[in-house]
Design a protein around this ligand. Structure first.
Ligand code: 13P
Length: 262
């Protein structure tokens, strides 16, 4: 039965596993890791694989990944086209470096760099206008969960980060549910906790757009994903992939996570 559900899901929503390297890997290390990941996963077709190195490595990793089964993503973007915005990187710059995806609204950016739903929304719209696919991160902090505010916080993130997007836009959006308490802690959400929130997010998408749109959007789980927990997470009906931090910094665990979804 589980297998059947999983098979149906593959047909409806292709599993997507993305590695968020965060602020790790210089250029040489990035090339090395991308090459090893490429070699380890050259035969995988049914799972979409994306690597998100730091800005400085994007172009070089793109060279490695060209004509492979692995796509390239960035970790952030600025919404303006160009101009006096010291330190920022535009959509067209990401495109010229070979990106197809870009993470926006990661909790580390919300926590340390003043990212808000409004800026996430502007970034998502700019990416879509430039034919780049946003991976929009949402998720509650431990204090929110303890105060029984998980759904409230997730709703605020989803509704406001995706405000004004069309059904057509949503075909190119991935949502990543990353409970902040599970990021980098080794304590992942249980499969039940993940499924509960993913199902809630899909319900919100149905209210915001329509059922067909909600059914087709891929919702990744992120937070201490490892080779030994991916299988039970990915078997959940509304879990369509993973956004992997620590375990994406070495080819072997990352490849095992991808293969755990086959
Ligand atoms: P970890 O996998 O290290 O918990 O990080 C998750 C994450 O933040 C991915 O974006």
């Amino acid at each position: 039965m589980l297998l059947l559900v999983r098979r149906q899901k593959i047909i409806m929503r292709r599993v997507i596993i993305a590695g968020n390297w965060k602020m790790n890997k210089n250029i040489a290390e990035s090339i090395d890791l991308a090459n090893t990941v490429k070699r380890s996963l050259y035969d995988v077709e049914s799972v979409e694989i994306v690597l998100c190195p730091p800005f400085t490595s994007l172009s070089d990793v793109n060279e490695v990944l060209i004509e492979s089964n692995i796509g390239l993503g960035a970790q952030d973007v600025y919404w303006e086209k160009e101009g006096a915005f010291t330190g920022e990187v535009s959509c067209s710059m990401l495109k010229s470096a070979g990106c197809k995806y870009c993470i926006v609204g990661h909790s580390e950016r919300r926590q340390f760099f003043g990212e808000t739903n409004e800026t996430v929304n502007k970034k998502a719209k700019a990416l879509l206008a430039n034919s780049l696919k946003p991976i929009v991160c949402v998720g509650e902090k431990l204090e929110d969960r303890k105060a029984d505010k998980t759904f409230q916080v997730v709703k605020d993130h989803v509704v406001n980060s995706l405000a004004g997007l069309t059904k057509e836009d949503m075909a190119n959006v991935v949502v990543a549910y990353e409970p902040v308490w599970a990021i980098g802690t080794g304590v992942n959400a249980t499969k039940e906790q993940a499924q509960e929130v993913h199902k809630y997010i899909r319900g919100l998408l149905k209210e915001m757009f329509d059922e067909a749109t909600a059914d087709s959007v891929r919702i990744q789980y992120g937070g201490s994903v490892k080779p030994d927990n991916i299988k039970e997470l990915i078997q959940q009906e509304d879990v369509d992939g993973a956004l992997v931090g620590g375990a994406s910094l070495k080819a072997d665990p990352f490849a095992q996570i991808v293969r755990g979804c086959l």
